[in-house]
Write a protein that binds this ligand. Structure first.
Ligand SMILES: [Zn+2]
Length: 301
């Protein structure tokens, strides 16, 4: 039986140090996004939600766009974590079908199948053989949180699955989250949440691995690409479509790389986890799997 220890207790014990929320990682994130995330986290805590937004990462076409990360300490999923109703040592994912169709003409079934293929690809990699990526059916309930803070949908139930692919949302959502130009440049983004102690507001590390505990992850896709009358009509979402089209499976592989714990690998060497879209890439490269190996080598402990 593990005892929940807050980060405050670990800091007091001299076993962990971390930067306070005011100190974002250098070079990451605009001040307005940091302020917005801070406000969202205050609202989550006030609402009695024991989770906080920790990291937002943008996958773009053309010019890059810095994401934001609140603490310097990294995050990890915790096996058997009762707070997220963990499926033992497995991770669960859900594809929200209500927003699965695209303005470019793809059906929800098409995008869901592409997302499933991306999960299957990660599952097949050696570093991920220690766990199962278990799909949970979409029963129709709202499974996501982050969009509600921008006026796109209500606040859903974050415990339906660990990883939620929340579907294709309008350009205005990406402009609101990413700032000016975000609606045109951001293909998709990942939002990672961590658990907090509601009494203190501080992150937790219940298994003593010196990482903050991941609570859930949400992925949002930008429906502006290929939307008739928009400013990205030349780059429609498609299935296995080459540039200037945008391949759903490639983006899903990248985004769910974040869901499984990977960050961005800067500029080339070329990798699935490069932050810029470079065309169809449906298989991880060695550098991607090296990252996965460091994340999952000690799983489930
Ligand atoms: Zn990314």
């Amino acid at each position: 039986m593990r005892h929940a220890r807050t980060v405050a207790a670990l800091v007091a014990a001299g076993t962990l140090s971390f930067s306070p929320a005011a100190q974002t990682q250098s070079g990451l994130g605009g001040a307005s996004l940091v302020d917005r995330i801070t406000a969202i986290n205050q609202q989550l805590r006030a609402a009695g939600r024991g989770v906080a937004v920790e990291e937002v990462e943008f996958f773009t076409i053309g010019a890059g766009r810095p994401g934001v990360r609140i603490h310097q300490t990294g995050t990890r999923w915790v096996a058997n974590d009762p707070r997220r109703l963990a499926d033992g040592e497995n991770l669960t994912y859900l594809v929200d079908q209500s927003d699965g169709g695209t303005a470019s003409g793809l059906s929800s079934a098409q995008t869901e199948a592409a997302i499933d293929r991306a999960f299957a690809t990660w599952q097949a990699q050696t570093p991920l053989k220690k766990l199962l990526l278990v799909k949970r059916p979409d029963a129709g309930a709202d499974p996501d949180l982050f969009d509600s803070f921008y006026g796109f949908g209500g606040g859903g139930n974050p415990l339906l699955a660990d990883i939620v692919n929340a579907g294709w949302l309008p350009r205005a959502y990406f402009e609101a989250v990413g700032g000016p130009g975000g609606g045109r440049g951001i293909l998709a983004f990942s939002v990672s949440f961590i658990f907090i102690d509601l009494a203190t507001g501080l992150p937790t590390d219940i298994n003593g691995d010196r990482y903050l505990d991941t609570a859930l992850n949400e992925v949002y896709y930008n429906d502006n690409f290929g939307a008739p009358g928009g400013d990205r009509t030349g780059n429609p979402w498609g299935i296995d479509s080459v540039l200037p089209g945008i391949d759903v499976e490639t983006i899903a592989l990248h985004e769910n790389g974040h869901s499984l714990g990977l960050g961005h690998f800067g500029t080339p060497p070329v990798a699935v986890m490069n932050p810029f879209y470079g065309g169809v890439r449906q298989q991880p490269l060695a550098i991607d799997n090296a990252g996965m190996a460091t994340l999952w080598a000690s799983w489930p402990r």
